[in-house]
Structure formats: structure tokens, C-alpha cells
Design a protein around this ligand. Structure first.
Ligand code: URA
Length: 434
């Protein structure tokens, strides 16, 4: 087979056969085809789409591109979660330990940043020494011993996604239902989760801008998971403004730690409670969502969830002193307030633009080889529906490059739409698909 034939077929709106999809994934994983040809095919898929059969074939080929874990010898039932990506989305950092502290093992494979959306691995690497590359034996050992692992797309688990993910990040091919569904579900299937909660974001900071598009993506992923014999619930959650206050790697780690210790922003905690509650429900730990949320609240209050996070950081080589004192995490040299340019109420937020502004500060990548500056980003407590007088502090910008301060401030302010009239707060969720 030849890549050029697949590219032209998809460019012309035709469907790829199972054999063609399997060949392309195998050949790319084995470095037998070039990045530029794969990028062209990804763009054709992004524009032309894939039908249900092609999407399932793509997902299964990616899941089978490396080892597939069977975790049942160390954990009878493994629950996982995954987000379709958003700005300020540090949910995994808090939810994983909350669920593990309730006695449900969580073994998770996460990703790096993608486009304007941050990545769990980049965030966690703010902690000195923390690493996510590990042999499967260690993944299993850690899961058995502390019930909590946060790994990456290593060379052995879903390696096809690892390569495609970083190529999509820099070729404008992120916002595609089959590519997102394939990416997320291949990791979930390969990592051996029996049950999973999919956090599908919608809004100005999500890859799926409308609730309808998010429902479509959620339904495709629930179908793939169900076909593969897994229990799947998808939550459609709002991403019309950053989740919580912090946008930027170390800033988000700090916010997740504060949340595990009983503080943190209210919207972020409400989000964690919902996701963790559904994970416990899937694991059979509670009879109702309310009952599950009570368990989650209890492990936050009694400190066991925070302790789980510490254990995971220590097991993966991280400096626990930075967890105990987040003031030791990377700090930006320049921290400046962002003032309201006028009085009024925030009516809308161009959330993706805030994500890109954080990338421009150095918090994400424009090309695969870009190095991340973990200290930079924004803290923005201002939410849709909040009112301010001119000159009030809306948030702060954090940078190591003084020359970037003014531009970052301007970009953040340009992302806000103001109203003189009252504006209702945004809902956190737009429904559930199971
Ligand atoms: N998260 C993933 O793992 N993959 C995507 O494509 C988007 C979000």
C-alpha cells in the first residue's frame, strides 16, 4: 500500500478500508511513513470525517499498536477517566487521588498539551523529578500497591496515539471527532480500564464548540467502549470559560493541591465531585450519585485523597516537598495584576484564546520540540456573570519574560466580552450519555 493513495482517497471523501487503516497505523508506528504524508492524511480526515466503521477500525488499530494491559491480577476492577481537553482542566490531578482514596484503583494514561488545551503530563512535570515513563511491570506494581498510577503514552502502550497526538498538535488536526475519539479510546482500551468516565467538553475553549458536536463525540466514544465490552459514561461539561482559576502548568498543580486539601475554586471542586462520583458509581462503590459524592467529600476532608496524591508523586520520583509546599513549585519572575478596563459584567469568554495566550507565554508548544516553561500562565478568578468596577483586579499574569507582560494582559482582556446587563452564571454540565 502507499500513503499517497490513502491521502487521495480520503481527500476525495471516500471511506478507507479496514486493511488500509490497519496498514497506515502499523506503518506509522514502525516509522515506515513520513510525518508529512501522515499530516496530509490527518488533514483529509479532519475535513472529510470518518464513518462509524472507520472510526472503530482506527481506534482498535491504535489500541493494538503496542501492548494491551490486563490489570486483573493486581486490581479486580480498574476505573479511568479522560477529558476531551480544555483550558485550566486539571481535573485528573484531583479526581484520580479522590477516587483511589475511596478504594477504587485508578491506572491512567494521560497526554501532553494539545493545541490551546493543557496536558496532564506537562502539568505534573512541574514537580521536580516526577516521571511518567515506566515499564508495564511498574505500572502494575504501583497500581497494586497504592491504587494510583499516572502514566504517559509510552513506547509500549498505544504508541500510534503518542506519535499521532504530537503531530496533530502542530498541524491543525486536533478538532476532529474520529481523531479525538480514536485517540482517547485507544488509550483507554490499551490501558485495560474496565470502566471509564469521559469528560467531553463543549464551548469556546473546547475542541467541540457546540453541545451537539460534543454529544456526537460522546456518543461515538460510548459506542466504541461499549462494543469493546467496557462500562462507559460520558459527561458533557462546560468549557465556555477556564475551569477553576489557574491556566498554566505549575499554577494548575498548585490549584489541584489546594483543592485536595479542602480549598480551591468552587467550580473546579463541583466538577471534580461530579466526575469522581460517576467513577465510584461505575465501580459499584455507591448506590446513587449523591452517595458517591458523599464518599468523595469525606476523603477530601479526612486528608486521605491528598495523601494518595503524595504517594503517587513519590512513587514516580517526584519531589514531595513541592507537594507539601506548592510555593516551591516553579514560580514566574513577573506576576502582574490584570485590571478591568471598564465596569460591567462578564458576558462571554473566548476561552481558547486564553489557552493560546498561555501557550505564547511559554506554557505550551507551537512545534513538537518547544520546551515548556512550567511557571507561566494566568490566574483568572473572574467568571461569566461576575460584575466589576473599572480598575478592579480580574486576575494575574505570570511570566518569566517581562517583554511578554503587556501582550499577555491585552490578549486576556481581548478574550472577555462585557455587558451592562446582568448575565446568568454558566452551567457546569450539559447532560450525561451512558
Ligand atoms: N485528548 C486526547 O487524548 N486526545 C485527543 O485527541 C484530544 C483530547
Amino acid at each position: 500500500m502507499r500513503m499517497i493513495d490513502l491521502i487521495e482517497k480520503k481527500r476525495d471523501g471516500k471511506t478507507l478500508s479496514t486493511a488500509e487503516i490497519e496498514w497506515f497505523i502499523r506503518a506509522y508506528t514502525a516509522d515506515e511513513v513520513t510525518d508529512y504524508q501522515v499530516a496530509a492524511l490527518l488533514m483529509a480526515i479532519t475535513i472529510r470525517g470518518m464513518d462509524r466503521r472507520e472510526t472503530v477500525d482506527l481506534t482498535l488499530a491504535m489500541a493494538r499498536s503496542g501492548d494491551e494491559l490486563d490489570l486483573h491480577d493486581v486490581a479486580p476492577l480498574v476505573v479511568d477517566k479522560h477529558s476531551s481537553g480544555g483550558v485550566g482542566d486539571k481535573t485528573t490531578l484531583a479526581v484520580q487521588p479522590l477516587v483511589a482514596a475511596c478504594g477504587v484503583p485508578v491506572g491512567k494514561m494521560s497526554g501532553r498539551g494539545l493545541g490551546s488545551s493543557g496536558g496532564t503530563l506537562d502539568k505534573m512535570e512541574s514537580i521536580r523529578g516526577w516521571h511518567f515513563e515506566m515499564p508495564i511491570e511498574q505500572f502494575k506494581k504501583q497500581l497494586g500497591e497504592i491504587g494510583l498510577v499516572l502514566a504517559g503514552q509510552t513506547a509500549v502502550l498505544a504508541p500510534a496515539d503518542k506519535k499521532l497526538y504530537s503531530l496533530r498538535d502542530v498541524t491543525g488536526t486536533v478538532a476532529s471527532v474520529p481523531l479525538i475519539a480514536g485517540s482517547i479510546m485507544s488509550k483507554k482500551l490499551a490501558a485495560g480500564a474496565d470502566a471509564m468516565v469521559l469528560d467531553v467538553k463543549t464551548g469556546s475553549g473546547a475542541f467541540m464548540p457546540t453541545v451537539e458536536a460534543a454529544r456526537e463525540l460522546a456518543q461515538v466514544m460510548v459506542d466504541i467502549g461499549t462494543d469493546a465490552g467496557r462500562k462507559v459514561v460520558a459527561l458533557i461539561s462546560d468549557m465556555n470559560q477556564p475551569l477553576g482559576h489557574a491556566v498554566g502548568n505549575a499554577l494548575e498543580v498548585k490549584e489541584a493541591i489546594e483543592t485536595l486539601q479542602g480549598g480551591g475554586p468552587a467550580d473546579f471542586w463541583a466538577h471534580c465531585l461530579e466526575v469522581a462520583g460517576h467513577m465510584l458509581l461505575l465501580a459499584g462503590k455507591a448506590d446513587s450519585l449523591d452517595g458517591a459524592k458523599e464518599l468523595v467529600t469525606a476523603v477530601r476532608q479526612n486528608g486521605t485523597a491528598f495523601e494518595k496524591f503524595r504517594q503517587m508523586v513519590a512513587a514516580q520520583g517526584g519531589d514531595v516537598a513541592q507537594v507539601d509546599d506548592p510555593g516551591l513549585l516553579p514560580q514566574a519572575k513577573f506576576v502582574e495584576p490584570i485590571l478591568a478596563p471598564r465596569g460591567g459584567t462578564i458576558a462571554a469568554v473566548a476561552t481558547g484564546e486564553i489557552g493560546w495566550a498561555a501557550v505564547r507565554l511559554g506554557g505550551g508548544r507551537f512545534v513538537k520540540t518547544d520546551q515548556i516553561d512550567h511557571a507561566v500562565g494566568f490566574v483568572l478568578p473572574a467568571k461569566i456573570g461576575d460584575s466589576f468596577a473599572e480598575g478592579d483586579v480580574l486576575g494575574t499574569v505570570h511570566t518569566n519574560d517581562e517583554a511578554k507582560l503587556a501582550q499577555a494582559r491585552e490578549e486576556l482582556l481581548a478574550a472577555l466580552t462585557w455587558s451592562y446587563d446582568p448575565v446568568p452564571p454558566q452551567p457546569h454540565f450539559h447532560g450525561t450519555i451512558s
